[in-house]
Design a protein around this ligand. Structure first.
Ligand SMILES: [Zn+2]
Length: 223
């Protein structure tokens, strides 16, 4: 548990402890050191306020296209997360559900492009509830998977109403994934509901987080 202490330091600063007065925000984010990223492991909180160091590339990415049905070429994910995702896809198929892996690891330059384009298209206020800023996306960590189905391939709220969307929400924790941006946590996550975006945290933590009813941002703050 010791390694979590270092990881919590910026959060203490954020809550305004007597020693550290710095308040981090979307406009003034906290930037993790490479060591903090390593120590945070599968539980590292990455969002608009807590961001990855510049040029960060995860070490243990694995190629997914020869193991799962992927929507794009050259899809990568963290090796452990990919093993669990493969099992999820297999089990879903035995329940008659065909999943598609839409997006895994994303490099910083691509995230920057997505972010800039969305701001041009929708304006800053709406765009920033839809796309994470560069170095503030879990996709850059290699621990986020966008998952849809062969019958519904749009990243929209309606996906949650499909049998696949419901199956994912109920079963993801068994494979170490959590629904990262739930409908009832928009104020906390600062992202609109994304029933296709799942974050790998490991089976044990996924179970605890799901049972707690908290989003990852809240869960990490309270531990
Ligand atoms: Zn995503």
């Amino acid at each position: 548990m010791k390694h979590y202490l270092l990881f919590l330091l910026p959060l203490l600063a954020y809550t305004g402890s007597a020693k550290a007065q710095t308040v981090y925000s979307e406009k003034k984010p906290y930037i993790y050191t490479p060591q903090e990223v390593e120590q945070g492991g599968f539980m590292l909180l990455v969002n608009k306020v807590y961001r990855l160091p510049q040029g960060y590339v995860p070490r243990d990415l694995q190629y997914a296209n020869d193991r799962l049905l992927c929507a794009k070429e050259n899809t990568f994910l963290n090796a452990t997360a990919l093993d669990c995702l493969e099992q999820m896809f297999f089990d879903a198929k035995t329940s008659g559900i065909e999943l598609i892996f839409f997006d895994g690891w994303r490099e910083e330059a691509l995230q920057q492009r997505y972010y800039d384009n969305k701001i041009k298209e929708k304006g800053y206020n709406l765009a920033t509830t839809l796309v994470a800023p560069p170095r503030g996306s879990e996709h850059e960590l290699g621990l986020a998977a966008d998952i849809l189905s062969t019958v519904h391939q749009m990243r929209d709220g309606h996906f949650a109403l499909t049998s696949t969307g419901k199956w994912l929400i109920s079963n993801c924790w068994k494979y170490g994934f959590i629904l990262r941006y739930p409908q009832n946590k928009i104020e906390k996550t600062r992202f609109l509901f994304e029933p296709w975006h799942y974050r790998f945290v490991g089976v044990e933590e996924a179970k605890k987080i799901t049972q707690s009813g908290l989003c990852l941002d809240e869960y990490v703050e309270k531990r």
